[in-house]
Ligand binder design. Structure first.
Ligand code: ATP
Length: 331
């Protein structure tokens, strides 16, 4: 299971700018992605994610180095490596007068693959496109085009699926079924490399995640390890107080002594507002959880506060992403 599917070897990209000069979009990258892995690339707009995928897909040539796909060099065997990959590009490219099944038949042939009607029907069904098969691809909505691009990328049964923001513009219901379908392909052994701005998708589906910033990977970790950087799980409660700043002054030394954090929830004025009190607990330990609940209850009794809500909070990938990008955590 540890065989390598994709290997970036010192691969870099410097774009030549039309008005002269150049721009280094990707610093020399060394990265291995295992067979059967679902690997996520995250980063702000312009970080370099699409550039990385374009070198893998053979759309752009690296300035230095190479990418190896299933043992084959993309530089030397572009047409063979292309057949191993199903690539869903970020831009919606669906401007034809063909209907969906015809376009997918043509695409199969273009990929050097004998069209397989059963597989095409299966893809159309799984991507919820069957009811739109009479439309030409240019008549599809944005979300339908996005799903069509996934069908097109899979038509030649590739070993590796490359998804550059595959769910942009797809509504939440369809996104869920799309991911169920992609998860099914992954379970059958397909290697997946994904970029997305929906961090929850990466959190749910990727086993390893790289964060790209200014043309280089600044963090590369197992999903769980990355989430652990977000901080502790917390038990929190909300209280309403009539004089926020006075209240914080009166109680802060007592609460700080118990490691309880005080945080204004909404815009607070001097006269009224909500405060959130939080206490960390060890995730997975019932004793630690109950200890924290007991502390909250005894604090409530001691200082006579009315708790309006009590809930737990888990650090998510979004918290980690923001902290890494703002330099709050170095990895
Ligand atoms: N053909 C090109 N010529 C010059 N610069 C380019 C070219 N393509 C991309 N760039 C620049 O390279 C940098 C990385 O772009 P890239 O598209 O890889 O970012 P990204 O992380 O995929 O962003 P997004 O999340 O917006 O898709 C950006 O500054 C971009 O302007």
């Amino acid at each position: 299971m540890n065989a390598i599917a994709i290997e970036f070897k010192n691969a870099s990209k410097i774009y030549k700018l039309p008005k002269g000069g150049q721009f280094e979009a990707l610093k020399p990258l060394n990265l291995s992605i295992k067979k059967g892995e679902c690997f996520g690339l995250l980063g702000h707009n312009g970080a370099g994610k699409t550039t990385i995928l374009s070198l893998l897909a053979g759309i752009n040539k690296p300035t230095t180095g190479d990418v190896i796909v299933e043992g084959l060099s993309v530089n030397e065997n572009t047409s063979q490596t292309k057949r191993l990959l199903g690539v869903v590009q970020q831009e919606l490219i669906a401007d034809t007068f063909f209907n969906l099944p015809t376009m997918l038949h043509i695409q199969s042939k273009l990929s050097g693959f004998k069209p397989d009607k059963e597989w095409i029907d299966f893809l159309l069904e799984k991507l919820m496109l069957t009811e739109h098969i009479k439309k030409t691809t240019r008549e599809l909505s944005g979300g339908m085009k996005r799903r069509m691009m996934i069908a097109r990328a899979l038509v030649h049964k590739p070993k590796i699926l490359v998804l550059d923001e595959p769910t942009a513009g797809v509504d939440i219901q369809l996104r869920k079924s799309m991911w169920e379908f992609i998860e099914g392909l992954h379970k059958q052994g397909m290697t997946i490399i994904l970029t997305t701005h929906y961090l929850q998708e990466a959190e749910e589906f990727c086993s390893r995640i790289a964060i790209v910033k200014s043309g280089e990977i600044v963090t590369l970790k197992e999903n769980k390890e990355l989430l652990a950087l977000g901080g502790k799980h917390k038990i929190s409660c909300l209280i309403e107080v009539s004089n926020v700043y006075q209240w914080m002054q009166d109680h802060s030394s007592y609460l700080n002594g118990l490691s309880i954090l005080i945080e204004p929830v909404k815009q607070v004025s001097h006269s009224t507002g909500n405060l959130k009190l939080s206490l960390p607990y060890v995730h997975g330990s019932m004793n630690s959880f109950l200890d924290s609940v007991n502390v909250m209850n005894s604090v409530a009794q001691k200082i006579g506060m009315r708790i309006s809500d009590i809930f737990t909070e888990s650090p998510g990938l979004e918290d980690v992403f923001i902290k890494i990008n703002s330099g709050d955590i170095s990895t």
